[in-house]
Design a protein around this ligand. Structure first.
Ligand SMILES: C[S@@+](CC[C@H](N)C(=O)[O-])C[C@H]1O[C@@H](n2cnc3c(N)ncnc32)[C@H](O)[C@@H]1O
Length: 347
């Protein structure tokens, strides 16, 4: 039988399953790159990959190699040689993340566990003291130091990618940034805000001021009020917060699109908005809050049109590039057909 070999390098960009057309469109329109679409990711041929994280990207596997395995087949010595060469040429603290497609996550754990063991055994056989360099991924990645080996199951085969931690998009396995629900939160939208705050690495402080546009039933307002912030929640609908922190929220039955701060008021610490509005309307709201420097931090959700979101998003992206390039635009793990703009303004 012929030896099993690893394919030449490709780059994988993972996304929300179903968002492959949006990711492919983004690669094509913004970077002129063509890709092959697979469920939950796009494949770029050759090792080239945009330097910055894409809107629809969850995680990346740069210079990835694919190994097709037949049922019951193991990683052969040649493959293990090649894989560990990737580390041995530049030894650094390293970690491993092994995962498969989002669908059927539970059923993959046995296969993944076996693969991981095989890989580690192969590594230790080749490299003396390898274990001393190994770290837990959740400890190594946030420091943005060292290297990560990603092992991604696809069908009968496996993708492998070694990459410096500081070149990855997410510190979380597969970029699946699952947040924990709070039983007192009145809606699942709460998870979106928790994810945005996690990504910003900025914990809202007590007494910070927050304007929440499109607040009902109150998940986002709750996320800030429970941290001791003072929230103005704007929505004609009712808030459904039972928790005692509700006393920190003032509810105004007003239109969030035309809401303005009184002239004498200083900028608010946070402007957040979840009104399910399309990019064009979002742009006109942000022209006031960003263009007139009315907020220090922002988390703003934008609904995507059913077809081809990139042409609809482009005027908004161009505006942000000019006015607030420090903000990120990303499809969060907890977003559906929407994207979220978030970040802190540079003072
Ligand atoms: C997705 S829900 C918001 C969920 C909320 N962020 C939470 O965490 O529970 C959208 C809300 O936006 C409100 N909304 C839509 N257009 C609005 C507008 N022009 N002004 C104020 N609220 C608006 C709706 O009434 C609805 O309650």
């Amino acid at each position: 039988m012929l030896p099993v070999r690893l394919s030449s390098p490709y780059s994988l960009i993972l996304c929300r399953p179903g968002a492959e057309p949006e990711l492919a469109e983004e690669l094509q329109r913004l970077y002129g790159l063509n890709c092959r679409r697979e469920p939950g990711f796009c494949v770029l041929e050759g090792a080239g990959i945009p330097a910055e994280a894409l809107i629809f990207e969850r995680q990346r596997l740069p210079a990835a190699r694919y190994l097709a395995l037949k049922a019951g087949e193991r990683l052969n010595e040649e493959v293990l040689d090649e894989l560990w060469k990737g580390w041995d040429e530049d030894p650094q603290p390293w970690a491993i993340q092994a995962y498969g497609p989002e669908e059927g996550e539970g059923s993959q754990s046995k296969r993944l566990g076996g693969l991981e063991k095989e890989l580690l055994r192969g590594g230790e056989k080749r490299i003396k003291g390898l274990k001393n360099w190994q770290r837990k991924a959740e400890k190594l990645l946030p420091k943005r130091k060292g290297k990560l080996l990603q092992v991604f199951l696809q069908g009968k085969g496996v993708w492998f990618s070694w990459a410096p931690c500081n070149e990855l998009t997410s510190v979380v396995e597969g970029g699946r940034c699952r947040m924990r629900m709070d039983a007192a939160a009145p809606s699942r939208s709460y998870l979106k805000m928790e994810e945005a705050l996690f990504r910003m690495e900025y914990e809202p402080q007590e007494e910070e001021t927050v304007i929440d546009l499109g607040a009902a039933p109150g998940g986002w307002s709750f996320a800030f009020a429970k941290r001791g912030c003072r929230v103005t929640a704007i929505d004609n609908g009712p808030l459904k917060i039972q928790d005692a922190c509700v006393r920190r929220i003032e509810h105004l039955h007003l239109d969030g699109l035309s809401f303005r701060l009184a002239r004498h008021m200083p900028p608010v610490d946070w402007l957040v908005g979840d009104m399910l509005i399309p990019p064009g309307k979002a742009l006109s709201v942000l022209r006031y809050w960003l263009g007139e420097h009315k907020c220090r931090n922002l988390v703003f959700n934008v609904k995507l049109p059913q077809q081809e979101p990139m042409p609809a998003l482009e005027p908004l992206l161009e505006y942000l590039e000019q006015e607030a390039p420090e903000l990120e635009v990303r499809q969060l793990y907890h977003d559906r057909r929407e994207v979220t703009i978030f970040g802190s303004r540079v003072s």
